[in-house]
Write a protein that binds this ligand. Structure first.
Ligand SMILES: *Cc1c(COP(=O)(O)O)cnc(C)c1O
Length: 419
């Protein structure tokens, strides 16, 4: 359910016609609905009613400060993967003890920053990292709270680039290794073991893999207690719940939550979840304008002003995003590739797509782009990054300004030896 709806053939975001924003700020831009974001968080959180829990929005899906602030205001926690995301999280007002820190490659400066900030826990991914965190916490006279990210070797049945819980993936430690890791962690002076963590992948559209992962984690929790006397307080089951981009049928929130609620009953644990895509994916669209049409040999091209540098998912993952006209017409259907201005054949938003015919200057919406959209954008081909806009009821606000040409060269300088 989202708040991008047609009224009389014209697309609105809540009570604002998308066309009006385009006329006032130009294109392309990402557009987010405050009501959809709020609704998604509340529905997710309420699905876990009845169990101690902390829902930590996975920042990397969309790190715009306004979006982070919206979630912080709803008492949401935050899952971060870098010092930069920690900085944003603190700026947005998240309580540090509601922040968990994942990622295979945490640097010393990032570890120190997180320790000084007093985050809830580090989800650590190797024994080397464990030793380093122990050492850094010692220097700061602290005990670092940690969970070990376990790789339960379950197949999430998703795109290989976003599958993270298989033996061959770089993430986490396998279950046997994790037991050794906990043994070591239990012996380290500046480490406090509080949790166990796993994250098996993204855009998962079945409940089965989550349940398999949880069962594997539960076995380990019991082993930790009986063999090492370690009492786990937090079980972090990561993110990964999929959304509907085309015709996928992910489990409902209720079915998804049921897998956890039934399996954790009576275990006296706090459940942590790290949803990203499911909170923001369908709360955002990318608005772009048609520049040209071109009939190739056996192919029609619609050339628009947004490219792969603005939305990488189609070319990176072969991801499908619905493309809708901002103003619906009675024009006949056509089949076309929707492509951007970048000098790469991989620069497409849609391939062989059925669309109603469009003309130059028409506006199109690339749907379901609230997650892994703007955050993966780049300045490739010296294209300024696009604006981001948030709508609430009948108001809109530019939550990130479109970059200028001056922004493009910020920080660059010509060496004196070239003058
Ligand atoms: C990316 C990521 C998430 C969020 O994944 P979604 O599929 O967007 O829900 C959660 N936890 C970790 C550790 C991640 O890397």
């Amino acid at each position: 359910m989202n708040h991008f709806i047609y009224r009389e053939n014209e697309l609105y975001c809540e009570d604002v016609p998308v066309q009006r924003i385009a006329a006032q700020i130009g294109t392309p831009f990402y557009l987010y609905s405050h009501a959809t974001l709020t609704r998604h968080f509340k529905a997710f959180n309420e699905a876990f009613e009845g169990i101690d829990r902390l829902v930590c929005f996975s920042a990397k899906a969309n790190t715009n400060l306004a979006i982070l602030k919206l979630f912080a205001n709803l008492d949401c926690g935050l899952d971060i993967v870098s010092g930069g995301e920690l900085y944003r999280g603190i700026q947005a007002g998240f309580a540090p003890n509601h922040i968990v820190y994942s990622g295979v490659g945490k640097r010393v400066d990032e570890i120190d920053y997180a320790l000084k900030s007093g985050i809830l826990m580090f989800n650590l991914e190797s024994l080397d990292e464990l030793k380093l965190i122990n050492q850094r916490a010692g220097r700061l006279n602290q005990r670092a709270r940690i969970a070990i990210r376990v790789n339960p070797d379950v197949d999430p049945k998703t795109h290989p680039y976003i599958s993270t819980g298989l033996k061959k993936n770089k993430f986490g430690i396998d279950t046997a290794g994790a037991l050794e890791g906990y043994r070591l962690a239990g012996s380290l002076e500046h480490i406090e073991v509080i949790g166990i963590d796993c994250h098996i992948g993204s855009q998962i559209t079945e409940a089965g893999p989550f349940e398999d992962a949880l069962n594997s984690i539960k076995t380990l929790i019991k082993q930790l207690k009986s063999e090492l006397g370690i009492q786990i307080q937090y079980v972090d089951m990561g993110g990964g719940l999929g959304i509907t981009y085309a015709d996928e049928t992910p489990p409902s929130l209720k079915e998804y939550a049921k897998a956890f609620l039934e399996n954790l009953e009576g275990m006296d644990l706090t459940l942590i979840l790290e949803p990203g895509r499911v909170l923001v994916g369908n709360a955002g669209i990318l608005v772009t304008r048609v520049l040209y049409k071109k009939a190739g040999k056996g192919k029609n091209f619609i050339i628009v002003d947004a490219g792969m540098n603005d939305l990488l998912r189609p070319t990176l993952y072969n991801a499908f995003h619905a493309i809708e006209p901002i103003v619906r017409s009675q024009a006949p259907l056509t089949v076309a590739d929707v492509v951007g201005p970048i000098c790469e054949s991989g620069d497409f938003l849609a391939v062989d797509r059925n669309l109603t015919e469009v003309d130059a200057d028409d506006l199109l919406a690339v749907m379901s782009t609230g997650a892994y959209g703007f955050v993966m954008s780049s300045n490739y081909c010296s294209r300024p990054r696009v604006a981001e806009v948030m709508v609430k009821n009948n108001q809109y606000h530019v939550v990130k300004k479109r970059e200028t040409y001056q922004d493009l060269v910020k920080g660059e300088s010509i060496p004196t030896f070239m003058e």
